[in-house]
Design a protein around this ligand. Structure first.
Ligand code: XMP
Length: 513
């Protein structure tokens, strides 16, 4: 693919913003790949990167087991930008010195920069950046010049313009760094010579062309969930090979109100796709009968999903390829595998590779979520689906505490629909990145008319977050909460109490199970 000829390598030293750096580079319309710091100079050369960015990391460069890069990298003639730990590593490797300070410089920091340097070209000479460090570069290597300073840090930035090496002690990728994107663009365009050619329109066009070649006259099967990723992946394949693609939409019965019908109508009527909807609610409910442990529920749903999919696929005879909506963060995250398992996410739709396919097709493997959305819009997928808030694979089954039954599903579906209606009526869609109702397993005493009630409690959850790894509870106006609460109690039945969840993540998670 010609647009990938211009690519940047992001070398991950374990920093919490590594993926964010990659997303920012893509926002500059430059294709990039994130790899472990262990990548060798030889591999880098073979892949033809036009520039390298070292990320931050939790270590000190002088720690015994600190991650280091192959020093040969500095002999390749490729521009390098070091950020935070990456900056210190560059300094230390090239003959400078790194020291630990008694105080940590953290948060918004004023700096002064030299605007005749490459990175700060056209920047404001005095500006605010985001710092997060204890160590600092105390001595710059031979050939470098200091290009920015702050009150607490003698080397906020340095560069060796002859060799095209640049280092920033702060984080240009975070929003709090006022001109961070400008510095990145200066590196990408002026140091590396990238031309900002990475576009989602050309991605879609090229991918469709490649898929045509790859698939030929063979057949493809796709598990469509109605989520953005599988929808865009399936549509790309459909544009490439039309009815050689069959989509199986396993409706496990845990979708939100009317969602199953919407998925069916978009893909069958609007896009004319070959779609098989399997209404498997009874099958899933009977598997879940008597099960109340969250992890057991997730596991059972995941397994049953695969069984239903396999049963359906068998009926279709020989199909060579399986199409999946894997996106870049999935690839990166499964590559490192260091995070603790809090919940077995992504257990639905994760199909086993041994179901007899010749190959797996993953057209979105290289894209971030916002890029997938752009492709979706390019392909004409309706905005409401493209901007759909995340919805867990096991669906409402993990928003019903304890055992899942058809009656409870009906209660939750109706309560959730009211919450969503009121959010859109009050234009609150942008005030929360995810919002939903949870049917707790708690019954409490209430009074209605003259009588005592003993009914369920609904919890409302709305959070703001940029990455879903951490989240804050959304400050929803009281009058909207009041309206939702009244409507749920009056319209849904079996509910006599509504509470609002005011816990952030951590310590809670976004979902309740
Ligand atoms: P938690 O509850 O871990 O959720 O804070 C973080 C984000 O992930 C979504 N989520 C899932 N997504 N399969 C998915 O595809 C799952 O099993 C799953 N569980 C949680 C959740 O909705 C939130 O956006």
């Amino acid at each position: 693919m010609e647009i990938k000829n211009e690519k940047i390598l992001i070398m991950d030293f374990g920093g919490q913003y590594s993926q964010l750096i990659a997303r920012r580079v893509r926002e500059c319309s430059v294709y990039c790949e994130l790899h472990s710091y262990k990548i060798t100079a030889e591999e880098i050369k073979a892949k033809g990167y036009m520039g390298i960015i070292f990320t931050g990391g939790p270590n000190s460069t002088y720690d015994e087991n600190a991650p280091v890069c192959d020093p040969e990298i500095f002999k390749l003639g490729i521009p390098v930008l070091g950020i935070c730990y990456g900056a210190q590593l560059m300094a230390q490797t090239l003959g400078g010195k790194v020291k630990s300070s008694d105080t940590k410089e953290y948060g918004k920091t004023e700096i002064e920069c030299n605007t005749s340097s490459l990175i700060f070209h056209a920047a404001k000479p005095k500006t605010v950046v985001w710092m997060s460090h204890t160590d600092y570069i105390s001595e710059i290597p031979h050939g470098f010049k200091t290009t920015a300073i702050s009150e607490g840090c003698p080397v906020v930035a340095m560069e060796d313009i002859k060799r095209n090496f640049f280092a920033l002690q702060f984080h240009p990728e975070v929003q709090h760094t006022q001109e961070g994107m400008l510095y990145l663009r200066n590196f990408l365009y002026n140091a590396c010579g990238c031309t900002a050619a990475w576009r989602m329109s050309s991605f879609a066009k090229n991918t469709i062309k490649e898929l045509k070649k790859q698939i030929g006259a063979k057949k493809v099967l796709c598990a469509l969930s109605g989520g953005v990723d599988s929808s865009v992946a399936a549509l790309l394949v459909h544009k490439a090979v039309g009815n050689q693609l069959t989509c199986i939409f396993v409706d496990h019965g845990f979708l939100r109100k009317d969602e199953g019908d919407q998925v069916e109508s978009i893909f069958r009527s609007k896009f004319n796709m070959n779609l098989i909807r399997v209404n498997a609610q009874d099958r899933f409910l009977s598997k879940l009968a008597g099960v109340s442990d969250p992890e057991a529920k997730r596991k059972l749903i995941g397994e049953e999903f695969i069984r239903v999919f396999e049963d359906e696929a068998k009926k279709l005879g020989k199909i060579e390829f399986l199409c999946q909506g894997t996106i870049y963060p999935d690839v990166v995250e499964s590559g490192t595998g260091e995070a603790a398992v809090i919940k077995s996410h992504h257990n639905v739709g994760g199909l086993p590779e041994d179901v007899g396919f010749e190959g797996i097709i993953e057209p979105l493997r290289d894209l971030f979520k916002d890029e997938v959305r752009q492709v979706g819009l390019e392909l004409g997928i309706p905005e409401q689906l493209v901007w759909r808030q995340p919805f867990p694979g096991p669906g409402l089954a993990i928003r019903i505490m304890g055992e899942v039954t058809a009656d409870k599903l009906e209660i939750l579906r109706n309560a959730d629909a009211i919450m969503r209606e009121e959010f859109s009526a009050n234009d609150l869609g942008k005030s929360a990145d995810q919002y939903f109702a949870v049917l707790t397993d708690t019954k409490s005493v209430g009074v209605m008319g003259d009588g005592r009630t003993y009914e369920y409690t609904i919890a409302l959850r709305a959070v703001t977050t940029s990455d879903f790894m951490t989240a804050d509870w959304a400050r929803i106006p009281y009058d909207v909460l009041e309206k939702i609460s009244n409507r749920i109690i009056n319209e849904v039945g079996s509910i006599n109490r509504v509470v609002y969840d005011i816990t952030s993540k951590p310590p809670a998670t976004i979902e309740w199970e």
